[in-house]
Structure formats: C-alpha cells, structure tokens
Design a protein around this ligand. Sequence first.
Ligand code: PLP
Length: 426
Amino acid sequence: MKKITFQPGREFALQLDAEDELASYRDAFVIAEPDVIYLDGNSLGRLPKRTVERMQTVISQEWGQKLILGWREAGWLDAPKRLGDKIGRLLGAVPGQIVAIDSTSVNLFKCTMAALILRPDRTRIVSDVFNFPTDVYVFQGCMRLFGNRHTLHLVPSSDGITIDQQMVFDAIDERIALVSFSHPAFKSCFAYDVEAITRRAHEAGALVLWDLSHAVGAVPVELDLWGVDFAAGCSYKYLNGGPGAPAWLYVRKGLHDKVLSPIWGWFTHRAPFLFDLEYDPAEGISRFLCGTPPMLSMSALEPSLDLLLEAGLPRLRAKSVRQTSYVVYLIDKVLAPLGFWVGSPRDPARRGAHVLVCHSAAYRINCALVEELSAVADFRPPNGIRLGLSPLYTSFEEIWEAVDRLRRVVVEERYVKYPVYSQPAN
Ligand SMILES: Cc1ncc(COP(=O)(O)O)c(C=O)c1O
C-alpha cells in the first residue's frame, strides 16, 4: 500500500474507502443499524452473513435431522482440528498444532501447567503489567497448584504505552521457566517483538506462551518460523466467532510427545470411544482437547475464518496499519486541542489493530458517545477509550465519523452530565 498524506474531513475518508481493496467485505457482515458507529470489533466482532446461513443449516439439517450421526456425518468430530488448522493459516502454523476448543482462560491454564511441568527445576515466570488479568490470575493459580514454589515477575512500563524490550531481556535468566505476554497488549495495543523475545527466552532455556487474542486475524505472527512453544487466544474479536466463541491453543509440534494437558478429558484419549478406564493420551495436538466440543459455537466460527483467509492477512494488516495511522493522525489534528492524546504506540510496527485515545474525562465522554451519538467503543480505566478497527469491515468513513462524534461530545459539553468514573465497589 502506498504511503499517504492524510487529511481531515469526510470527503477524504470517502476517498480512502474508494481506494480500499477490502471495502467490499463490509457487505459480508450484518449491519443492522448503519448509523451506529461500531468500533468494538476488538472486543466482539460483527456477525458475518454467512454465519447466519451456516447456523440455520447446522440447526435444522445437521442437529435437526442427523442427530447423533452428525458427529461423523457432518464433520463435527473433526471440527476442533479443522478449525485449528484454519486458524493456523492466519498464524504461520502448519496443520496439526492448533485446536479450537474451550475458553482462552482454560487454554492458558493448560499451556501454563504443561510449560511449568516441562521445566521442573525453574521457579520464575516473567510477564508484564500490560497482561490481561485472566493471564495473570492463571499464572497465580498454577503457582499455587505447584505449592507456591514459583515467583511471578511483571515487567513495568515507564510510560503506560510501551514496554522496554531491554527490561524484558534483563528479566530473563536461567531461573525462568516461562515467559508470557499478551500480544498486542489489550489497552495500549503495544505490539511486542515476538520473535526476539522468544529467541531470548530460548537462549535462557525458558519456554514461551503468547496470548494472541488481539493478534489473530489482524496482526501477522509466524508461530512456526519464530519457534513459539505455546500460544492461545480467543475467537470472538477479529475472528468474529460470536460471543463466547470457542478459543484455540497452539503447541509446537516438537513438544507434542513431551507434554500432556493437565486436564485429562476423554477427548484427549487416544481412542475416546473405547471407553477404556486406563488413560492413554492421544498423539499430537488432540491431547490438548478436553471434553465434547460445543458444536453450535464451533459452527458459528468457521464461516468467518474462511472470510479472513480469503481476504488474506497481508492485505488485512496493510489496511489495519493505514486505519490505525489515520486515527492517530485525526487524534492529533482534531482531538488534541480538546484535551485528548494518543495512548498507543506511534510506530505502526509496534502497534496492533486498535488505538487507545485518552482524555481525563474519558469515562464520561464514552458514556455520552454511546448514549447520545450512537458510537460504540470501550472505556478502559483510568482514562482510555479503545477504538477497535476491524480491517474486514470498519470503513474509513466510520473512523472519521467516530472522531467527529468524539469532538462533538466535548465541544457541545455533552459529557458533563455523566458521573465521574469511580472504581466498581467489587
Ligand atoms: C488478551 C486477552 N486474553 C484473554 C481474554 C479473555 O479470556 P476468555 O476468553 O477466557 O474470557 C481477553 C478478553 O478480552 C483478552 O483480551
């Protein structure tokens, strides 16, 4: 994509849409209320039209008519691996290393336990203050299960936007069992050098676990090439799998015969339908399944994976970089005079697919934005609003409109009647 000099105004946004070779994918999604600006695809992706059709087929023809025969005849049994392989194509993983199953939290637990078991003599986990709470809680829970032998080091951030890679490197030594971050970070959208951190961890003999919830479907990752050991992530953000969609996990092929999941569910058995009472783990990634896959939710995920694969990650990333750069430009140009500032990295190489826009009254501004001007974005304490840009369906016009509505909220003082943000009591 050629370099571009941005300009403010709707006309220019429309020009960017006209040049956008992925623009037609917007029509592949249900857009029930065109006036509502939806910048929350980084929390819950939109519903693809194909998913509506697919769900009707699954319910009426597969479940409705095939009943239990659907497990074999409708491809339900293979779904976790089939979908996993498709997710792998978005993450640089050859088939047989990813399964779509369970929630991200459960998959993080499975991977963390497996990693700590693989490094029994090491007693430290390295992460950072940007990690998503569920990741950190999972580490703390696993540490307890190991008898509190481990300590958790969270690398700090000096600016709340970036993490100094040298501080990550300095934290990694021969005591470290596991190095784990969420890439990109869920608030500031800081994107790590996954390859360099993975290499450094391996030099010290540690394993890595990347939570790629905010990367998959939007930010290029080369799991195999970079030698990543474990990865996990959700499917309801850029993968558009729907609320609570099955998550996924990756375990590097070279580890398959060395590790077991900590949950020996019957789907992890070599032959679940033998109903043998002696545990014998499956070969390969199937040993990281658990119980019966949730087939309705699995079915809702697949059509969107096909759409993303059709669009192709290089094009999605190119559009995403253009869109986040456009937002950064508009914040500087239109919103900065009103007290807003950019809370995400300015270097696109270090930024994922959303942009955090900050303001001292961010909570109240976001309330007014949603309530009065029909624009949906996420408030993140203490002072940020995440503008999630999903390159498959977010238009440049929407971005311009969202920025203009933020401007109006402040200029028209619409936010002043909303309460000041206070932390929830519990
Ligand atoms: C980075 C990251 N990890 C994990 C989760 C949530 O995990 P789960 O899917 O188990 O709710 C989120 C939710 O937004 C997230 O952003």
